[in-house]
Design a protein around this ligand. Structure first.
Ligand code: MLT
Length: 314
């Protein structure tokens, strides 16, 4: 049955298309950013809907204070910042926008893979500090190397096609995507045991959940080729940070490109400061295009729900 949503609170910076689409469909929109938890708990009582990106922590306390709330919309993919169990218990629908960020996340992954092969970040910094007069450094081509893609959903697939155009061989693992499907886009699937020792580069594209916490740990690093380079543009903790640091220090891991950390902004200085680590502050989805898509998608999904159409998302 259609659900009545007359008012929506947008509690952080979401693309203006979100507000426009909601208002065009007769929904009243309020934007209030940087609220404290208490302020949010007081404010939320008045609204039927809440739209967030990733800064707003929609905890059980917030949800339980929200007497009229029917829908929580996440303009992005991961719903880690929403207590989905508490929301569901109260009959509140939680929606994400599962595809708006895909290309941006894939492109940043490719940028980190390329940076790792040629140390672009390091040389840029040295040029900036005018330290480079002559520097002997030998990079390596990506051409002909093996890329292991753990997680073959939307983002893993886009990373594969882009890196195939660089001449990389793409192998992968996913517990859901059938091997014949990934084979049709050029990714040979195999069990992780077989995958680790073949990779020159590994990139992870899974959600963070019990089965993916520490997917790369001391044991899996030990099975890898010496000097393997790894990228994480998914969620902090899929690559165990302590194991990664140990592998970087021993040379078992030759470099890491990290957009995400267990704690954000990252407090793990030994990891961030390691000379073979390239760090970004969770920028995978931070492009004009991705934000416009996610803002518009979440608004359209809410409007569809009000009109009684099919639900999309988590
Ligand atoms: C996501 O889950 O969509 C990304 O991590 C980006 C974001 O935080 O919005």
């Amino acid at each position: 049955a259609p659900i009545s949503v007359k008012s929506v609170l947008i509690s952080e910076s979401v693309d203006p298309r979100c507000r426009t689409v909601l208002e065009e469909n007769g929904i009243r929109v309020t934007e209030k950013q940087n609220m404290t938890k208490d302020a949010l708990m007081a404010e939320i009582r008045d609204y039927d809907g809440l739209v967030v990106r990733s800064a707003t922590k929609v905890t059980a306390d917030v949800i339980n204070a929200a007497d009229n709330l029917k829908i929580i919309g996440r303009a992005g993919t991961g719903v880690d910042n929403v207590d989905v169990v508490a929301a569901t218990r109260k009959g509140i629908i939680v929606m994400n926008t599962p595809s708006g960020n895909t290309i941006s996340a894939a492109e940043l992954t490719c940028a980190l893979l390329m940076s790792l092969s040629r140390q672009v970040d390091l040389f840029s910094e040295m040029c900036l500090k005018k330290k480079v007069t002559f520097w002997f450094f030998m990079g390596a081509e990506l051409y002909g190397k093996v890329l292991g893609i753990v997680g073959l959903g939307r983002i893993g697939k886009e990373v594969a096609s882009r890196m195939q155009s660089f001449g990389m061989r793409t192998i992968g693992y996913d517990p859901i995507t059938p091997p014949e499907v990934s084979a049709s886009w050029g990714v040979e699937q195999m069990q992780l045991e077989q995958l680790w020792p073949q990779c020159d580069y590994i990139t992870v594209h899974t959600p963070l959940m019990p089965s993916t916490v520490g997917l790369l740990n001391d044991e899996s690093f030990a099975k890898c080729k010496k000097g393997v380079k790894v990228v994480n543009c998914a969620r902090g903790g899929i690559i165990d940070e302590d194991a990664l640091l140990r592998a970087l220090e021993s040379g078992q891991c030759g470099g890491a490109g990290l957009d995400v950390f267990v704690e954000e902004p990252p407090k793990n200085r030994p990891l961030v400061d390691h000379p073979n680590v390239i760090s970004c502050p969770h920028l995978g989805a931070s492009t004009k295009e991705a934000q416009a898509r996610c803002g518009e998608d979440i608004a359209l999904q809410i409007v569809d729900m009000v009109k009684g159409k099919n639900l999309v998302g988590a």
